[in-house]
Design a protein around this ligand. Structure first.
Ligand SMILES: [Zn+2]
Length: 234
């Protein structure tokens, strides 16, 4: 299978679904990760242009640990907008390039507008990408792809129906998250928030719900043409 995760900011993939992606990879599937936003607003002291480069390096380092291909749509933080045609084109181009059998993205009712807008953008782009005469310059049309929504920040308002056991993938997930030094160190020193500990608590809670030590949780997009007769998640 070809698996495409389209997540928003440079550390969202690690927080929300990296355990599942590592598992896909171990099973021999192709994993491509697209970061829609470039993370340029994610710090108080480091200026946006410099931060964007730092975060690009952090992303590469984390993805290399798991062998994922990474793409950035390079949209500025806080400007993700599902009605923006340029952004739609960027996401269609990514989908037609990746030709995925499954797309993982944010749930449309997460904690920040960037995540919610990206979710809507992916929903639209993934249907539009299947129409051969729609923007043919962006690549060859794909199938309509199943979409799985990843857990929200700290699991708020998210009642999952699908779980992936990530107990064996947990160490690598945490190593990947630790690559995002500009976020993890800053949050700890400045706000007293331990991002790695927080995601472990959520993974343990989701694990408790399905009888394993650590899990990531998902909701499928329920819509015609998006369903499959087999389990899509690993
Ligand atoms: Zn984010």
């Amino acid at each position: 299978m070809r698996v495409l995760a389209i997540m928003c900011h440079p550390d969202d993939m690690e927080l929300c679904c990296s355990g599942t992606l590592i598992k896909y990879k171990k099973l021999g599937h192709e994993v491509i990760v697209c970061h829609a936003a470039n993370g340029n607003m994610g710090h108080v002291l480091i200026m946006p242009d410099e931060l964007k480069e730092i975060r690009r390096n952090e992303v590469q380092k984390a993805a290399a640990l798991a062998g994922f291909e990474v793409i950035s749509a390079d949209i500025g933080d806080l400007t993700i907008n599902s009605a923006n045609e340029e952004q739609l084109k960027k996401i269609i181009r990514v989908i037609r390039y990746a030709r995925p059998d499954v797309i993982i993205t944010h749930y449309p009712e997460d904690y920040c507008s960037d995540h919610n807008e990206l979710s809507k953008l992916v929903f639209k782009a993934s249907f539009d990408a299947s129409c051969p005469h729609f923007m043919p310059e962006l690549g060859k049309a794909t199938d309509v792809t199943p979409i799985y929504y990843a857990d929200t920040d700290m699991g708020m308002k998210f009642v999952p129906t699908e779980y992936v056991d990530i107990t064996e993938e947990m160490n690598l997930k945490e190593e990947m998250l630790a690559c995002h030094k500009s976020q993890v160190v800053w949050l700890k020193d400045h706000d007293g928030i331990d991002a790695i500990e927080m995601q472990r608590i959520l993974a343990a809670e989701r694990g408790g719900q399905c009888g394993v030590k650590y899990a990531e949780a998902f909701l499928p997009l329920i819509a015609s043409q998006r369903m499959r007769t087999y389990r899509v998640l690993p």
